[in-house]
Design a protein around this ligand. Structure first.
Ligand code: PMP
Ligand code: GLN
Length: 382
């Protein structure tokens, strides 16, 4: 967890955002959209503030939001959840991930993630005292190798932390892969914690939550967030659902992390979760067009592009430009050509970092003209 200078390091997202700001660069590093989410949701938060919803919400979250999460899981996935005992609201998905891992694991346990892995996973596993084991996702499709997946499990595997759709690669795991993960989790008596914050950001078949698969619900905690679906990353409203006993354990930890989460935003997000189907299909359609614009631009600039099936990130290889160290490049790129991007190696341990040494992750949740300009600037690297 310690940075090279002995202090807790800033995250790579902050680092690239700061560098991009300093050099007035287009920031395709940190994943946040450059347009806010629906006005009706913003208006609902404003009204809630005016109406006095400004003191602590109940620790488990406002009933209106827990009910809306239950209704959303039923409507999209046919999952039936008790909003009083099986759902809690969190301060973004980040807090739910931390609370779940701290509740479930400790020294002597192993937590298995796929690699590359979202940066907070490594940090929180470190805080919990558990060991972090990984199963590799390799280019070009970044899918787990089902033939060898069991090698990553052991009697000490306490949690399998799944992220689907996957950040940073944009991979979407098919149902057979998820089912194999469930079988192995059952065999090794592990809990599945699944981070599905990009559930509505998929460009192929509709998202399959792990919890809907046979044998999964009783051992799965599902996490999502309003940040990605509704383009309100700054509101930090997330939620977690699963079996009542596990949810109670996570809630106990949450009580001492943040206690409760932004009151006026909760009702507004409840409204969002109830929006018509066209809203949800519209997000994916808009993003798919942006994905295509940036992918095309990066290809034209000479990079090898690994087309994502979900999320708003695209990975690309700069090796064809004769550049082998994408981390060094990412630190210089804002100044060099005026674009910020994240090196994929920062989401890895040593082996994974070697495999992904020349890969960059670009966020495409930006206006089309911004993406075109960024690609144009990147073409100057070659
Ligand atoms: N998980 C993944 C995979 C993410 O990409 C992110 C970034 N949004 C988070 C969790 C954190 O979500 P939140 O901002 O809701 O804490
Ligand atoms: N989830 C966002 C990303 O992957 C960043 C969130 C953060 O800054 N920690 O870019």
């Amino acid at each position: 967890l310690l940075g090279a200078d002995g202090a807790l390091g800033v995250t790579i997202f902050e680092e690239i955002t700061l560098l991009s700001g300093r050099h007035n660069a287009i920031n395709l590093g940190q994943g946040f959209p450059d347009e806010d989410g629906p006005a009706v949701i913003r208006e609902a938060a404003r009204e809630a503030i005016s109406a006095g919803a400004n003191q602590y919400a109940p620790g488990q979250g406002l009933p209106v939001l827990r009910n809306a999460v239950a209704a959303h899981q039923e409507r999209f996935y046919g999952l039936s959840l008790d909003p009083d005992t099986q759902i809690i609201v969190s301060t973004g998905a980040t807090e739910a991930i931390a609370a779940a891992l701290l509740a479930l694991t400790g020294p002597g346990d192993e937590v298995l993630t796929f690699e590359p892995f979202y940066d907070s996973y490594g940090a929180v596993i470190g805080l919990s005292g558990a060991a972090h084991t990984t199963a590799p996702l390799r280019a070009p499709d970044f899918q787990p190798d089902l033939a060898t997946l069991e090698d990553s499990f052991s009697e000490r595997t306490r949690v399998v932390l799944v992220n689907n759709p996957h950040n940073p690669t944009g991979a979407v795991f098919p149902a057979e892969t998820l089912q194999r993960i469930v079988e192995l989790a059952a065999k090794y008596n592990a809990v599945i914690v699944t981070d599905e914050v990009y559930e509505h950001l998929t460009f192929g078949p509709r998202h399959v939550p792990v919890a809907t698969l046979p044998g999964a619900a009783e051992r799965t905690l599902t996490i999502s967030s309003a940040g990605k679906t509704f383009s309100f990353t700054g509101w930090k409203i997330g939620w977690l659902s699963g079996p009542a006993d596990m949810v109670a354990a996570v809630r106990a930890v949450k009580s001492f992390l943040s206690y409760s989460s932004g009151t006026p935003f909760q009702g507004a997000i409840a409204l969002g979760l109830g929006m018509e189907d066209e809203f949800f299909t519209g997000i994916a359609k808009t993003l798919q067009a942006k994905r295509d614009v940036l992918s095309e631009g990066l290809r034209a600039a000479g990079l090898t592009v690994f087309e994502p099936q979900g999320t708003y990130f695209v990975n690309a290889d700069v090796a064809p430009l004769g550049i082998t160290d994408a981390t060094a490049l990412a630190r210089r790129m804002p100044e060099l050509v005026g674009v910020g991007a994240i090196p994929v190696a920062v989401f890895c341990h040593d082996d994974g970092a070697r495999r992904t040494r020349s890969l960059l992750r670009f966020a495409f949740c930006k206006k089309t003209e911004v993406l075109q300009e960024a690609a144009e600037r990147i073409s100057k690297l070659g």
